[in-house]
Structures are given as structure tokens and as C-alpha cells.
Design a protein around this ligand. Structure first.
Ligand code: SF4
Ligand code: SF4
Length: 287
């Protein structure tokens, strides 16, 4: 028997929630029982929504639409990629992680680095778990970030880029808009990690309750704030936006070596100071 669209949405939400409800799968570090994230947000998109083609046009020809990564993953599949849906989720940092990070001025806190390392592994395993579960039930699915074809790219318009962006996907799925610092401001704020899966399954797209891609940022909406500019120890954020090269250089030269030497023993590209201690940290500052 075919499920209704509402039942599909409920089923997918329950897979994500059940996964994160398991403390063994959702720990901030392998040896700790503390969860890596708070309650997730979930949004859906129609894989054929023109917004995905617009994003490709903006970012560059290398950027995948949902249909392109679906076709690349299932080249022998002769059925139409229809209905094609995008499932996107937001994993908010916990209060404990945000509290630690707010106090930091130059280096990331230990908790933040653990989330960047182990929390992102939780997110990667969630992508895989959802993909596997969908496939087992007869819905071909792919997590673009886990595709062996995913790679870093250079965008003429935006500099550092890649084949798929979780932030842009979440924007398309109604989960938030971009701030001055490039982070996605969601109903749970900007201190988040993000995941997504593309699947041939029918889902009702979530509305995008914003008028433009910067609507939730105080600076873009009202011309004031700029708190993230002051929070960045690298001078990588200005009222003109986020300098990705400066940000990358600071992380490579300062925070990643610090994380390795003092926090984890391995290289972790941890920083995110611009995501905490700002008005958009935990909520949408503009309603
Ligand atoms: S701190 Fe202020 S200016 Fe920066 S992204 Fe958030 S709302 Fe926008
Ligand atoms: S991640 Fe760190 S270096 Fe990069 S913009 Fe944010 S605060 Fe600045």
C-alpha cells in the first residue's frame, strides 16, 4: 500500500528523531554521554523547484541540482526522477556548547571542537542511516555530501565552493536565510550544523517564509547590528560580508593547530566564534 505524502513526512521525521534519541549514536564524543545537538528542525523541498537551478546559476556550473546528483548516483535507473524530494535538517548546538563558545575570543572551546569533529560524524552517519533506510523501503536516495563525486570547487561569484552546499539546500527547504557572516540563520539560530538527502519519494515542500535570502539578518533587514564583525578574531567579516579566504587562513594557521595540540590530538577546522554571542545565535532576530 502506498503511503500518503503526510505519512512519508512523518516517517522521515521519525527516522531522524529516533536516530538522534539514541545516546550511543548521538554523543558529543565517543567516550561521553552528552548529546552533540539539540532538537532538530526538518524541511522538505521539491527536487524540481526552480530555486535549485537558480542556485546552480549563481554558484557555478559544477554545482549539482537534486536531479543531477540523483542521476549521477543511479545512472542505470531508467525511471523518471519523479517525484523527487530534498530532505534537509538543522542540528542546533546545545546550550552548553553555545555557553562555552560565547566566552571564547580567539580559539574555539573544547566542546565546540568536539561537535565540529564528532558531532559532524554523527551528522554524516545520520545522512547514511536515512539514505539506507529509504533505499531498503524502495526509495532510491543519496546524501550528496557523502557522494564520492562531491568535491571542492571554485565559484567565480563566491570563491570557495563545492558540488553541494548544505546551507543553500536548507535555504531552499524553507529552513533559514543567510547572515552577513554567510551562516544560515534558522528558527534555532545560526549556531547549527546541517545535513540533507535527495530521494525519489513524494513529500510536500516546506514553505519559504522569507522574502529574500538575507531576510533574517539584522544588518541586511535594518542596516544595524554587525555583531558578527566584532566576534571574528580574523577580521574575516566586514559590512561587505564574509571573506572566506581570510577565514580559511585563520583556521588553518591558528585554530586548527590549537585544536590539534590542546583539544583533540587531530586536525579539526574548528572556529565558529561568529556563530555565538550574536543576536542571531539561537533564534531569528528579525521576525
Ligand atoms: S550578528 Fe547581526 S549582522 Fe551578523 S549575521 Fe547575525 S544578525 Fe546579521
Ligand atoms: S569561522 Fe572564525 S575566522 Fe571564520 S568568520 Fe567565523 S569567527 Fe571568523
Amino acid at each position: 500500500m502506498r503511503n500518503t505524502v503526510a505519512e512519508n513526512a512523518e516517517w522521515i521525521a521519525s527516522i531522524i528523531h529516533r536516530y538522534l534519541d539514541d545516546p550511543k549514536k548521538h554523543a558529543i564524543a565517543p567516550s561521553l554521554s552528552e548529546p552533540a545537538f539539540g532538537e532538530p528542525l526538518i524541511g522538505f523541498g521539491n527536487g524540481k523547484d526552480p530555486v535549485f537551478r537558480q542556485l546552480k546559476k549563481l554558484i557555478g556550473p559544477f554545482y549539482w541540482t537534486p536531479e543531477e546528483i540523483f542521476r549521477l548516483t543511479f545512472p542505470g535507473d531508467k525511471h523518471p526522477a519523479d517525484p523527487l524530494s530534498v530532505i534537509s535538517w538543522i542540528l542546533p548546538q546545545t546550550e552548553a556548547t553555545k555557553k562555552d563558545s560565547r566566552r571564547c575570543k580567539k580559539y574555539p572551546s573544547r566542546r565546540w571542537t568536539f561537535v565540529r569533529l564528532h558531532g559532524e560524524n554523527v551528522n554524516a552517519r545520520l545522512r547514511k542511516h536515512l539514505t539506507d533506510t529509504l533505499r531498503r523501503k524502495g526509495f532510491p536516495a543519496v546524501a550528496p555530501m557523502l557522494s564520492p563525486l562531491w568535491q571542492r570547487e571554485h565559484s567565480h561569484a563566491f570563491g570557495l565552493a563545492s558540488s553541494w552546499s548544505e546551507r543553500h539546500t536548507a535555504y531552499a527547504c524553507g529552513l533559514g536565510t543567510f547572515g552577513l557572516s554567510d551562516g544560515l540563520i534558522t528558527p534555532k539560530g545560526k549556531a547549527v550544523r546541517i545535513g540533507s538527502v535527495v530521494a525519489r519519494i513524494e513529500l510536500s515542500p516546506s514553505p519559504r517564509p522569507y522574502r529574500d535570502h538575507n531576510a533574517y539578518c539584522l544588518y541586511h533587514a535594518r542596516g544595524k547590528c554587525g555583531k558578527c564583525v566584532k566576534r571574528c578574531p580574523a577580521g574575516a567579516i566586514s559590512l561587505n560580508g564574509h571573506d572566506k579566504e581570510k577565514c580559511k587562513r585563520y583556521i588553518r594557521a591558528v585554530t586548527a593547530p590549537y585544536a590539534r595540540a590542546r583539544q583533540t590530538g587531530v586536525k579539526v577546522n574548528s572556529c565558529g566564534l561568529c556563530q555565538t554571542g550574536v543576536p542571531c545565535e539561537s533564534a531569528i532576530p528579525v521576525k
